[in-house]
Design a protein around this ligand. Structure first.
Ligand code: LCS
Length: 393
C-alpha cells in the first residue's frame, strides 16, 4: 500500500499502515504470534505453494514486521523492504545472497568492525575476497575490478572516520562494469540520503541506530528492487532466519515517526559541537561531513540533506590521553552504538573497530587518538560544557 505522500515527514508517520485494516487501531498492533492458522489443509498447501497470499509462519512474514518493511521501502524509494534481527543479520543476508564462492567484493576504505569481520570470514570460508579501496578516485576503483567482482559495498559516511563517498560517481562505474551496489545507509538514514534514487541496488541499515533512535532495540533492514529482495527473502532471510520480532519492529515503527525531528536536531547539535571542537587546543582534527571546511563537504551537499549527528575527532596524544578524556566526562555516556537521544562517546581503536588488525586500522585512519561522538538531542551547550571540562582536565 502506498498513499504517495509528497513529504517524507508525513511518509514516516503514515506510510505502510492503514488503521482501517486493523479495527481502527491508531498504532499498528503487535502480532505476537509464531504461526498462523489455516482454514483448511488445502489453504495451507496453497499458501506454501505461493498460490494464495497470507501469512504462514513469523520467520517468513508477520503483519507488524510487514508494516515496518513497507515503511522502509516507501522512505528509501525502493520496491521492497525486509526486516532483520540486527544490522549484521541484514548485511550478512544481503551479502551471502548476492555472492557465491570465489566472487570478489570492492569495499569503501573503511567500515564498521563487524562488517569487516563478516567479509574476512567470507574470504576464509568461501574465498570471496574483498579489496578496500579509496573511492574518491575512479582509477582506484577501476584498477581493482575483476571478472569475479560482484558487489561494491559502501558505507557513507564511513564509521568512524566520517569520510563521504560520492555515490553518483561510484554507481556510474558499477553500472559500466555490471556490478551491484550495496550501500549501508545507517549514518544518514533515508531522511538525509537516498542511495536507491541515485541508482544503488540495495540499501542496508542498522535500525538499532537513528531509525529506532531510543537505544532500546537491536534491528536491521534492507531495501531494493522487488526481484532482488524476494530472492533474499526466499533464501538467506528465510533459511538463515535472522528475522525481527514483532515487538522490536513496533519499536522501530514508533522511532521512525520522529526521525525527521530528531535528525534535524542531531545535525544542528553536531555542527555546533564540531565548530567548538575545532577551536580547542587539545583537539588536533575534527571529522564531520557537515563542516564547511571538511574534505567531503561538497559531496555531502550534493547527496545529503545535512551532515548527520555523528562526528569524530583526534585528541592530542594517543590511547592513554583518549581514555583519560573519556573517563573525565560527567554525563556523556561511554558506550558504543550511535543515533540515540543521549550523547554517546567511544574509542573505536579499542572498541567498535578493535577486531580490525592494527595495520589495516591505521590505513583506515582509525588512530589511537580517534574518538567517535554520537551527538544526542540534549541542549548542545550542555554537551559542549561536558566535553570542554573533560578536555581541560
Ligand atoms: N552498519 C553500521 C554502519 C554500523 O555502525 C553497525 C553497528 C552495523 C551496521 C551493525 O548493526 P547492528 O547489528 O549492531 O544493529 N555499529 C555499531 C557501532 O558503531 N557501535 O556499536 C554498534
Amino acid at each position: 500500500m502506498s498513499k504517495k505522500f509528497k513529504h517524507m515527514e508525513t511518509e514516516m508517520i503514515h506510510e505502510g499502515y492503514d488503521s482501517k485494516e486493523m479495527l481502527g487501531s491508531l498504532t499498528p498492533p503487535i502480532f505476537q504470534t509464531s504461526t498462523f492458522t489455516f482454514d483448511t489443509a488445502e489453504q495451507g498447501a496453497a499458501r506454501f505453494a505461493g498460490e494464495e497470499e497470507g501469512h504462514v509462519y513469523s520467520r517468513i512474514s508477520n503483519p507488524t514486521v510487514q508494516v515496518l518493511e513497507q515503511k522502509l521501502a516507501a522512505l528509501e524509494k525502493a520496491e521492497k523492504g525486509l526486516a532483520f534481527a540486527s544490522g549484521m543479520a541484514a548485511i550478512s543476508a544481503v551479502l551471502i545472497a548476492l555472492t557465491k564462492a570465489n566472487d570478489h567484493i570492492i569495499c569503501s576504505s573503511g567500515l564498521y568492525g563487524c562488517t569487516f569481520g563478516l567479509l574476512s570470514m567470507m574470504d576464509e570460508k568461501y574465498n570471496i575476497q574483498t579489496d578496500y579501496v579509496d573511492m574518491s578516485d575512479v582509477k582506484n576503483i577501476e584498477a581493482k575490478i575483476r571478472p569475479e567482482t560482484k558487489v561494491f559495498y559502501i558505507e557513507t559516511p564511513i564509521n568512524p572516520t566520517m569520510e563521504v563517498i560520492d555515490l553518483e560517481l561510484v554507481i556510474h562505474i558499477a553500472r559500466k562494469h555490471n556490478v551491484l551496489v550495496v550501500v549501508d545507509n545507517t549514518f544518514s538514514t533515508p531522511y538525509l540520503q537516498r542511495p536507491i534514487e541515485l541508482g544503488a541496488d540495495v540499501v542496508v541499515h542498522s535500525a538499532t541506530k537513528y531509525l529506532g533512535g531510543h537505544g532500546d532495540v537491536i534491528a536491521g533492514l534492507a531495501a531494493g528492487k522487488k526481484e532482488l529482495m524476494e530472492q533474499i527473502a526466499a533464501t538467506t532471510q528465510k533459511d538463515i532466519g535472522g528475522v525481527l520480532s514483532p515487538f522490536d519492529a513496533w519499536l522501530v515503527i514508533r522511532g521512525l515517526k520522529t526521525l525527521p525531528l530528531r535528525m534535524d536536531r542531531h545535525s544542528d547539535n553536531a555542527l555546533q559541537i564540531a565548530e567548538k571542537l575545532k577551536q580547542h587546543p587539545k583537539v588536533k582534527r575534527v571529522f564531520y561531513p557537515g563542516d564547511p571546511d571538511a574534505a567531503g563537504y561538497s559531496v555531502m551537499k550534493k547527496q545529503m540533506k545535512s551532515g548527520g549527528g555523528t562526528l569524530s575527532f583526534e585528541i592530542d596524544g594517543g590511547k592513554e590521553e583518549a581514555q583519560g578524556f573519556l573517563n573525565n566526562l560527567q554525563f556523556i555516556s561511554i558506550a558504543v552504538s550511535l543515533g540515540d537521544t543521549e550523547t554517546l562517546i567511544q574509542h573505536p581503536a579499542t572498541m567498535t573497530h578493535a577486531v580490525i588488525p592494527e595495520e589495516r586500522r591505521q590505513e583506515m585512519g582509525i588512530t589511537d587518538a580517534l574518538i567517535r561522538l554520537s551527538v544526542g538531542i540534549e541542549a548542545w551547550q550542555d554537551i559542549w560544557e561536558d566535553l570542554e571540562q573533560a578536555l581541560n582536565c
